[in-house]
Design a protein around this ligand. Structure first.
Ligand code: GDP
Ligand code: ZN
Length: 309
């Protein structure tokens, strides 16, 4: 690192100019050094951890180094093998936000988000908002399959100020992709957790581009307590593209202890005799709902019909 080099995170990129947010809270416009534009160099994306420098004080900033990535959310090309397009780099966790009611949550849609996180090796947690509108028993029952799978589940209410400090602990200092349908309370939650911040995040529907390969462009919002949230979640964009049907079982973490135990090595965990996953479902060790989601996602990937409901 040269004496003048500063480290930062790329929070936005528009037309060859990148906004780099530094540890001391400054944001600088920077362009990419020529040698980093070469074909063999990694393509810079939002979330990348970079070094920036300038030739003289007051001069223009340039990105001179791209540090190795901790993680990435990438859209693999349909048909497998070959390319992938990184949507956002260095995401520490996917936070899937739904509401208990208004709008009604779709567990299969929650599973889809969780599978995308698993397929990208990114940790995930579930936030169930508007918890003041349901009784505790209903809430616990809803959360159970996800907890059995090992995911942290937060019950929150902006209205009744429930679960906000725990959520803040989960967000501070990390880079989170906050995802969920419109109206569940994502923006309300961020503003309740960080009052006065004016943070707003997009919905999965806003990042749809009808299957086209154009990037909507993720953007990271710096959080007051350190860390970032991605405002365009990018998860729908990443989708399940390129995940092969035989890999779907590994995207259900609670299946993992059983995956080597089935009688047939190519077991689809659907109907086969001697299937250890089906046996775990029968013993209630694996939730029947999650298993049904698995079958549905696997079928979608086999027939190539991705369906968000
Ligand atoms: P977003 O689209 O996910 O960002 O959702 P918003 O933050 O815009 O919230 C959608 C609606 O839900 C707004 O009318 C909020 O006031 C309401 N809302 C948010 N959190 C809660 C909550 O905990 N309980 C209730 N009852 N309503 C909430
Ligand atoms: Zn099996």
């Amino acid at each position: 690192m040269s004496e003048t080099e500063t480290r930062g995170v790329v929070i936005e990129g528009t037309g060859g100019v990148w906004q780099v947010h530094t540890a001391n809270g400054e944001t600088h416009d920077a362009t990419l050094r020529g040698r980093l534009k070469q074909d063999n160099a990694p393509k810079l994306v939002v979330g990348d951890d970079v070094g920036i420098e300038r030739a003289d004080p007051g001069g223009a900033w340039a990105i001179c180094e791209i540090h190795p990535r901790r993680s990435q959310l990438a859209r693999r090309e349909p048909g497998g093998r070959g390319g992938e397009r990184v949507v956002v780099a260095n995401i520490d966790q996917v936070i899937v936000v739904f509401a208990f009611v208004k709008p009604e949550p779709h567990p299969r849609m929650i599973d889809r988000f969780l599978v995308i996180a698993e397929a990208n090796d990114v940790a995930a947690r579930l936030v169930m908002n508007k918890c003041e509108l349901v009784d505790e028993k209903t809430a616990r029952e809803f959360a159970k399959p996800f907890e059995m799978a090992g995911y942290p589940v937060h019950f929150t209410s902006v209205k009744a100020a429930v679960g906000l400090s725990t959520l803040r602990e989960g967000l501070d200092g990390r880079v989170s992709a906050l995802s969920g349908p419109s109206g569940v309370g994502k923006s309300s939650l961020l503003n309740a957790v960080y009052p006065g911040s004016g943070l707003r995040v997009g919905d999965i529907s806003e990042s749809v581009n009808k299957g086209r390969h154009t990037t909507v462009g993720a953007k990271l919002l710096p959080l007051p307590g350190g860390g970032y949230v991605a405002d365009t979640p990018g998860l729908r964009e990443v989708g399940l593209w390129g995940i092969v049907p035989t890999e779907v079982d590994a995207c259900f973490p609670e299946f993992k202890p059983f995956l080597g135990e089935c009688k047939f090595q190519d077991c689809t965990h659907d109907h086969e005799p001697g299937c250890a996953v089906l046996a775990a479902v029968a013993r209630n060790v694996v939730s029947a709902e999650r298993h049904a989601s698995y079958l549905k996602l696997r079928a979608e990937l086999t027939t190539g019909t991705e369906n968000w409901r």
